[in-house]
Design a protein around this ligand. Structure first.
Ligand code: NAG
Ligand code: NAG
Ligand code: NAG
Length: 346
């Protein structure tokens, strides 16, 4: 794998590698993180295994470690770059999710309850990740300054354009800012749909002029909803799997929400890729959301999502936010050593 795929991988590969490294003589390994990537060749057996096993990612094999780097302990500000064409309704859903992270007025299970697991991570001084996450400035790149196909490197050039724009540049905030590049459903980013639905890293001073923690997340609504907007859509190659109804009526955006949550949680706990991750190899870190990919509720693991909630309208979700409901994957809790979330039943 190139050093670029490192932060982004959402398949079980890193965990498998880790396990193989540590227990090379054992053939069993915990199957926690799961997303239906095409190359994974999900079998019926995998699907049947799901609900019968209750592990929620729990495993004595997972050795998440702190590598002494910074975490985001100051109030976090999320700046957004909207790349391509976005409907106002789509922007509203995403803004509501980010604004929900620190909202105290939302009923349980809430997005702020979900963030509590992320707050459990500390730096060398014992300071926790900030409770406060707010929406910062936004920049539109409607005309696709770097085209309809981005590479991992050109993603940084898009960010550079946004922070150096002549009019209303995004603020430079290396200590507590995170930058989300969100690409519309007709934009392809290197490895999208095959290996990743999003990734995070930090910008290089040689390209952008600053070291800024950032993430890219793509709208998979048209390209691969069965992979990146799972379980609101399912891959055609897995027979018998039924999609669930998305809570905000937009499969691509509702699918993005969980990936946005995944990346924000990892940016907060591993912004410079030298803080919290599992695995021996810093080039292939397994981070706090990677460990719980695909787990949305109690009992989740393998291809089973775990217990989610259903509304009267049939929509499936697992937490409340401002004005709406969301389905967001759980994150690894290093205090109890398994994945936790606000809708846990026990
Ligand atoms: C997927 O698995 C099946 C059964 O194990 C096998 O026959 C098939 O060749 C595999 N396909 C790929 C693309 O690996
Ligand atoms: C801060 O982190 C410690 C260690 O994980 C945890 O015990 C404590 O509850 C956290 N504080 C908050 C406010 O989350
Ligand atoms: C951080 O956010 C809290 C609200 O959650 C606010 O009271 C506090 O003043 C903020 N601190 C800074 C330094 O902006």
């Amino acid at each position: 794998m190139s050093r670029w795929s490192i932060l982004t991988r959402r398949s079980p590969a890193p965990l498998t590698m880790l396990t193989l490294t540590l227990f090379s003589l054992l053939l069993i390994h915990p199957t926690t993180a799961w997303r239906p990537y095409p190359h994974q060749n999900t079998t019926t057996t995998d699907l049947q295994l799901g609900p019968s096993k209750k592990f929620e990612g729990s495993s004595e094999f997972v050795k998440l470690r702190y590598h002494m780097g910074p975490v985001l302990t100051a109030n976090i500000t999320v700046h957004i770059i909207w790349y391509g064409t976005w409907a106002r309704s789509q922007k509203r859903i995403i803004r509501d999710f980010i604004n929900s992270i620190s909202s105290t007025t939302v009923r349980s299970p809430s997005v702020s309850g979900w963030w509590k697991t992320v707050q459990l991570y500390t730096d060398q001084t014992g300071s926790n990740i900030s409770r406060t996450v707010r929406l910062g400035e936004e920049k539109n790149d409607r005309l696709l300054s770097h085209g309809k196909k981005l590479t991992r490197l050109s993603v940084q050039s898009v960010i550079k354009a946004a922070v150096t724009a002549k009019t209303k540049p995004l603020p430079i905030n290396p200590k507590s800012g995170i930058y989300l590049l969100l690409t519309a459903d007709d934009v392809y980013v290197q490895d999208f749909c095959q290996n990743v639905c999003g990734f995070h890293y930090f910008t290089f001073p040689s390209i952008v002029g600053y070291t800024l923690p950032y993430a890219w997340i793509g709208n998979s609504g048209k390209m691969c909803p069965g992979t990146c907007a799972y379980p609101f859509a399912v891959p055609e190659y897995i027979p018998g799997l039924k999609p669930v109804k998305s809570p905000n009526g937009d499969v691509g955006i509702d699918g993005m929400i969980s990936v946005i949550g995944h990346e924000i949680a990892e940016l907060a706990s591993n912004p410079l890729v030298n803080a919290w991750y599992a695995g021996q190899d810093p080039v292939a870190p397994v981070e706090i959301a990677d460990l719980c990919e695909g787990i949305y509720g109690t009992g989740g693991g393998g291809s089973y999502t775990g217990q989610m909630l259903n509304d009267r309208d049939g929509a499936t979700y697992n937490m409340h936010g401002i004005r709406r409901r969301f389905l967001v994957q759980w994150v690894w809790n290093h205090v109890v050593n398994y994945c936790t979330g606000p809708n846990a039943l026990d």
